[in-house]
Design a protein around this ligand. Structure first.
Ligand code: SF4
Length: 534
């Protein structure tokens, strides 16, 4: 038969002389190598970045970081799979120079360096910014749910617990009744049945106690639910129904769809997340003002007001209201027009609703109340108030004018809202489907943030590798590392000096002049060089 044949396994072949010859010039692992080598891991706070004089030598955090970046770029996230890759993947062998840490060491690195990993993401963002890859004019913000390491069955809401407790109590009652009935008909009863029933009642009481404790924990936390495996995760609505997840928010820049910043939260929806993300992105991009767009889920008067205070112009469309066509509906707020000059509303009967008083709804939202003085004999009253007594009122948020201005902006510039989809849904689609990273492998805020830092870093690396070839990027990176390293060290030293001055002022035990030259101060290691203890 005519087929393409493989080689004879026993035939001697001439392999390349060095491992380096297996990795071509444009292989992304070469970029990973240069990028990580250019980072100041001590300053970023990586564990084992400073080695001890004695004891067993640790793996260099630089090598471990390279392994993780390679893994996240290539859908290899689990520590066991990464360990296997160090044995059989030629790119990893090249990157790790044949180092083969075991899976526990690999897992511990991610667990112990979650905060430092966010710093690495930030460093790459700064590099991209210095290469003018961020437009710094328009960002799009969105949130998406990422599954947590917590089975849905191990999450309890108040309602779910009440239901369970009710069912257990009912079951106990049923068994007690059965027991009572059997006591009355003693002659017909066999002893084991009674013992079995009592055993069932005892078991149920144990379960009851367990769930009552959970209920007490929820009440004490002031939250509405509790997750038993990953206590920071929450039950959230997702596209596939309810799932215990984290809500990851991102801010994507308009120019190359690069992620400027991200945040991992356990907020069950996006309503209060817009200003937080927009301000973070503005700080990272270091611009005096910014335009930000998001979907209707972010429509929130308070959030828009905070953005305005921070020179961020928002473009968020109004949420769609369910159609009430054909239904016997009363006049809604939309049927009343606001007169900003006179600060009053005009009703469908052309009467004024003047400002009456102010209210603070649940201590969260201050609202002004406008009251009509003459509803008693109005012919439109049945359509306006139904069976209600008194006069019609309209509530208006103290920052509602900002929402009205924003709605006008959105109307005049539909481009921003259309652009949003293209900008911010693309990264989530790529991360979840192409990179297969729609779920976490670790637990707790710190660790999942570290994990997400790697995901976001690799997403940005992927995008940048689409713009430049590896060789070009490496040259840019080398130039940036030299300039940036000096600046970074300078900023680091200044911040540490300021901290020490503050500590010094609090302690006030030595003079400031003595302090700078005191070798026992935490700023100096024994040899007089900079140490992480500070
Ligand atoms: S009931 Fe009052 S508020 Fe409503 S239309 Fe009549 S006058 Fe205006």
């Amino acid at each position: 038969m005519r087929y393409i044949k493989g080689i004879d396994r026993h035939q001697s072949i001439l392999l390349p002389d060095t491992v380096d010859q297996y990795v071509d010039e444009n292989n992304p692992v070469r970029f990973i190598e240069v990028f990580v080598n250019g980072l100041d891991l001590k300053t970023l706070g990586f564990t084992k970045a400073i080695t001890k004089e004695t004891g067993r030598k640790p793996y260099n955090p630089s090598d471990m970081l390279k392994l993780y970046i390679y893994g996240y770029l290539n859908k290899i996230r689990s520590s066991r799979d990464l360990e296997k890759a160090t044995y059989r993947n030629i790119e990893v062998i090249w990157l790790m120079r044949k180092l083969r840490p075991d899976f526990k060491t690999i897992a511990d690195f991610r667990k112990d360096n979650s905060k430092a990993l966010k710093g690495v993401f930030r460093q790459f963002t700064l590099f991209c910014k210095s290469m003018d890859l961020f437009g710094c004019e328009l960002i799009a913000i969105d949130g998406s749910k990422f599954s947590a390491v917590n089975h849905n069955g191990r999450n309890y809401t108040k309602a779910k617990l009440n239901k369970i407790l009710k069912a257990i109590n009912k079951e106990i009652d049923d068994y007690l009744h059965q027991l009572e009935r059997q006591d009355k008909k003693e002659s017909d009863i066999q002893q084991p049945n009674e013992v079995q029933l009592q055993q069932k009642i005892d078991d149920l009481k144990q379960r009851l106690m367990k769930f009552q404790q959970l209920q007490q924990q929820i009440d004490a936390s002031g939250d509405s639910q509790i997750s038993l495996t990953d206590s920071d995760s929450r039950m959230m609505k997702t596209n596939k129904g309810n799932d215990v997840s984290y809500n990851v928010e991102i801010a994507t820049d308009d120019k190359h769809k690069l992620i400027a910043d991200f945040d991992v939260t356990n907020a069950i929806n996006d309503r209060n997340q817009f200003s937080n993300m927009a301000i973070k992105a503005k700080d990272v991009l270091d611009v005096p003002s910014l335009e930000a767009t998001g979907d209707a889920g972010f429509h929130n008067e308070t959030e828009v007001a905070i953005c305005e205070q921070n020179q961020i112009t928002c473009y968020i469309p109004k949420p769609k209201v369910k159609s009430t066509e054909g239904k016997d509906q009363l006049y809604s707020k939309a049927d009343f027009s606001y007169d900003s000059d006179a600060d009053c509303y005009i009703c469908p009967a052309n009467k004024k609703l003047n400002y009456s008083r102010q209210t603070n709804w649940k201590k969260r939202k201050i609202q002004k109340i406008y009251l009509c003085a003459d509803c008693k004999n109005c012919p439109l009253r049945p359509k306006c108030m139904g069976d209600k007594r008194g006069n019609r009122t309209i509530h208006r948020g103290i920052n509602e004018h900002l929402i009205e201005e924003m709605e006008q902006r959105v109307k005049e510039n539909p481009y921003y809202v259309e652009k949003r989809k293209e900008l911010v849904e693309h990264p989530f689609g790529t991360i979840k489907h192409w990179m297969d990273q729609g779920y976490f492998l670790t637990r707790g805020f710190d660790k999942v943030t570290g994990e997400m830092s790697l995901t976001m870093l690799c997403y940005n690396i992927k995008r940048v590798l689409n713009i430049f070839d590896v060789k070009e990027l490496i040259n840019m990176l080398k130039r940036w590392s030299i300039d940036h390293s000096f600046l970074f060290q300078l900023i680091y030293l200044c911040s540490k000096l300021l901290n020490l001055i503050k500590i010094k002022q609090i302690n006030n035990s030595k003079s400031l002049t003595n302090f700078f030259f005191d070798k026992s101060a935490p700023f100096f290691t024994q040899s007089g060089s900079r140490g992480m203890a500070c």
